[in-house]
Design a protein around this ligand. Structure first.
Ligand code: ADP
Ligand code: MG
Length: 261
């Protein structure tokens, strides 16, 4: 059965999209069938895969607001095993349009449930907000992956983030779990990065991935070529890190499936 995971942190610029694009690409390269759902109006995940959000026939907006069938919204990427539901600029207005709609928190869940079993993993790239698009995402998923940037104020907003997860658990999605916390943009030359890793590990205890994503300029360059890091520069440090991260992710998933932990 497919697993649905939201990549979420209401702070912007922490590595949600970079993690979504590159983890998905690495997992697809390792033979897993992946659907990436871009529910962020900025559409960086969509363009990161080289998809022009202005020319796709249907997008996340059509799915959420106009009841377009989810199968019609899925587009191929240039890579095997990797599919995307693109964002669109109209999605920014969807937050308000959803307010008056029936089942407003469950519209994404109702759509995703239909295709869940067609994929090994479905990753949702959340916008940096706590509005209805994020609530729809947290309601549609089995678990949440939280990227945290190794920078000043790394843990700022984390208690709000955890409160939101708890609220969704109580009201909309009782089975919502924490998939794991991934530390990103680590700079081993600074004491600050090292301190942040310690702080985050203390706060989240066993929920932090061993693999840490380093700051690597190639990761920042790849999206402007519409490529994941394993296409753009498969030998760079960023590509190595995301490939290792995908291995760790799968290793832990297999343990969960076998009931080891
Ligand atoms: P979010 O989706 O949380 O807003 P992004 O993934 O878009 O964050 O990352 C914010 C910016 O930092 C982007 O310009 C991205 O290219 C860059 N970036 C993300 N991760 C790294 C990294 N490990 N090394 C260098 N730059 C990164
Ligand atoms: Mg983003």
């Amino acid at each position: 059965m497919g697993k649905v995971i939201a990549i979420f942190n209401q702070k912007g610029g922490v590595g949600k999209t970079t993690t979504n694009v590159n983890l998905s690409a690495c997992l697809a390269a390792k033979g897993k069938k992946i659907l990436v759902v871009d529910i962020d109006p900025q559409g960086n995940t969509t363009s990161g895969f080289g998809i022009d959000k202005n020319t796709v026939p249907f997008s996340m907006y059509d799915l959420l607001i106009d009841n377009v069938d989810i199968y019609q919204c899925i587009v191929n990427t240039s890579r095997e095993n990797l599919f995307v539901i693109p964002s669109s600029v109209q999605l920014a207005g969807a937050e308000i349009e959803l307010t008056g709609m029936e089942n407003r928190e469950k519209r994404l869940k109702n759509a995703i449930d239909k295709v869940k079993d067609d994929y090994d993993y479905i990753f949702i790239d959340c916008p940096p907000s706590l509005g209805l698009l994020t609530i729809n995402s947290l309601t549609a998923v089995d678990s949440v992956m939280i990227p945290i940037q190794c920078e000043y104020y790394a843990l700022e907003g984390v208690s709000q983030l955890m409160n939101t997860i708890e609220l969704v658990r109580e009201n909309l999605n009782p089975k919502l779990e924490i998939q794991g916390v991934v530390l990103s943009m680590f700079d081993g030359r600074t004491n600050l990065s090292i301190q942040v890793v310690d702080e985050v590990k203390k706060y989240f205890k066993g929920n932090v991935y061993t693999t840490i994503i380093p700051r690597n300029v190639r990761l920042a360059e790849a999206p402007s070529y519409g490529q994941s890091i394993i296409e753009y520069d498969p030998k760079c440090k960023g590509a190595e890190a995301y490939s290792e991260f995908a291995d760790e992710f799968l290793y832990l998933e297999e343990d969960i499936n076998e009931g080891v932990i």
